[in-house]
Design a protein around this ligand. Structure first.
Ligand SMILES: Cc1cc2nc3c(=O)[nH]c(=O)nc-3n(C[C@H](O)[C@H](O)[C@H](O)COP(=O)(O)OP(=O)(O)OC[C@H]3O[C@@H](n4cnc5c(N)ncnc54)[C@H](O)[C@@H]3O)c2cc1C
Length: 404
């Protein structure tokens, strides 16, 4: 079926960022079509049994009236209030996101956008249902999966079905009985290896870093209950305690003025490779941790992968390789954008879109939020706690443009 209708705004994606911006636009009276599976990435691209690294306070999707937080959801379900010492289980967070969606953005359409092309003064949006419509403004909130990064030397293994990225899996129990090299040292690597081990696989962690890092358990559920010298030395923020985190969360608009290489380094390293405090005991001493090792080359021998390593262990033979090697924003990888639109996007730092203070790209009317905005507004955009700043700015800018 092909119909061509026109809407002022299309939001692509119904994860935390898409839901929040749609709720804010709705509150401003701007008609929106929002497309995507609610909490789709959290259901299909994260492993069953995972816990959030962010605290409950930092895991609430922003609503224009400051309502519908994670603890309001828990109260609605007759569950007790939880503070910073509670690790939020993935399934609880998915249910919370769906609860937020049903109350605040009930009109989400579970369709996938397959193409966005320029159709001045707006865009032509094509869906997998066969429908096409035009939108004056498009907000891309399609999340992290398109930007999954697998190192070039592992690519041939991916093509041979012997390696994959963490975002390819929702259930790591499928590796039970297999020896798997997990590459990386961040939360995703450490938690994936642990979940695999607990499901009966034999993970071997291969990490370049000499020492695995873990966070410290919070000393209180409410940051204000900490001793005052601690509160001064390590002030609270949604990214964690510390003055630099206060800067990133209170002044994200200033981040854009830092030099290119400084911004890139900060996005990569702030809250970078480190496990959550509650993970250490489930991991250390359970399976081999080859720290100080890097993969030098790979070879397939008899259907298994032989990794040549640089480090004290020379070779490692496994049945599968799991790349927990993170994400790299590059708009060239957004296949849903027509090549003409992709080509017109100004970018920096290896492919991140250059954005205005209102999150608009160099293509008028095309906005980016979430991870794709981290190069402009800093590390907060990698986490749920950035939804408020992004949604307020985008909804203000879009409402003004729609009024014009
Ligand atoms: C393993 C892992 C653990 C994490 N843990 C935390 C944590 O503890 N705390 C935290 O704050 N952050 C965490 N993050 C980061 C987290 O991914 C982001 O905070 C959050 O998901 C960003 O929300 P989003 O809406 O931008 O993207 P996503 O959650 O990725 O949502 C994207 C949405 O877009 C939809 N979509 C994609 N393509 C299309 C299309 N073509 N058409 C229609 N819809 C489309 C998807 O279905 C989905 O609805 C974690 C990330 C990973 C990978």
């Amino acid at each position: 079926m092909k119909s061509v209708s026109e809407v002022p705004v299309a939001v692509v994606g119904a994860g935390p960022y898409g839901l929040s911006v749609a709720a804010h636009l709705g509150a401003r009276g701007v008609p929106v079509r929002i497309l995507g599976v609610p909490m789709g990435s959290w259901r299909a691209r994260m492993p069953v049994g995972m816990f959030l690294k962010s605290t409950p306070r930092a895991s609430s999707i922003a609503h224009p009236e400051g309502r519908y937080g994670l603890n309001e959801f828990r109260a609605d379900r007759h569950l007790a209030w939880v503070g910073d010492r509670y690790a939020v289980p993935l399934d609880e967070f998915v249910c919370y996101g769906e609860w937020f969606q049903q109350r605040c953005v009930p009109g989400v359409e579970r369709a996938a956008v397959v193409r966005i092309a320029g159709a001045p003064p707006g865009f032509r949006v094509s869906l997998d249902t066969g429908e096409e419509f035009t939108a004056r403004t498009v907000v891309l909130a399609n999340g992290f999966p398109s930007y999954a990064r697998v190192p070039a030397d592992l690519q041939p293994l991916v093509e041979a079905g012997l390696a994959s990225h963490t975002s390819d899996h929702a259930d790591l129990a499928k590796f039970a009985g297999q020896r798997v090299a997990v590459i990386g040292a961040g939360q995703s690597a450490l938690e994936s290896a642990t979940l695999m081990y607990e499901a009966g696989a034999e993970p071997v962690l291969v990490a370049r870093t000499d020492r695995l890092l873990f966070g410290e358990p919070p000393s209180a559920d409410r940051p204000g209950d900490r001793a005052w010298p601690t509160r001064i030395a390590h002030p609270a923020s949604t990214l964690g305690p510390g003055w630099s985190f206060v800067g990133f969360t209170r002044a994200p608009a200033a981040f854009r003025y830092l030099p290119d290489d400084r911004r890139a380094a900060l996005v990569r390293t702030v809250l970078g490779p480190a496990g959550a405090w509650w993970l250490r005991d489930r991991l250390v001493g359970r399976f081999p941790l080859l720290t100080g090792h890097r993969v030098a080359s790979t070879e397939v021998v008899g259907g298994r992968v032989r990794l040549r390593l640089r480090g004290s262990t020379d070779t490692l033979e496994v049945e599968q390789v799991l790349a927990a090697t993170g994400y790299q924003v590059d708009v060239d990888r957004l296949q849903l954008l027509d090549p003409g639109l992709r080509g017109a996007l100004a970018r920096r730092n290896g492919g991140a879109p250059r954005l205005t203070p209102g999150f608009e790209s160099s293509v008028p009317g095309l906005y980016f939020t979430g991870l794709a905005a981290a190069d402009t507004f800093g590390p907060m955009m990698r986490f749920v706690c950035g939804t408020g700043f992004a949604a307020r700015r985008i909804s203000r800018a879009v409402a003004r443009a729609v009024d014009r």
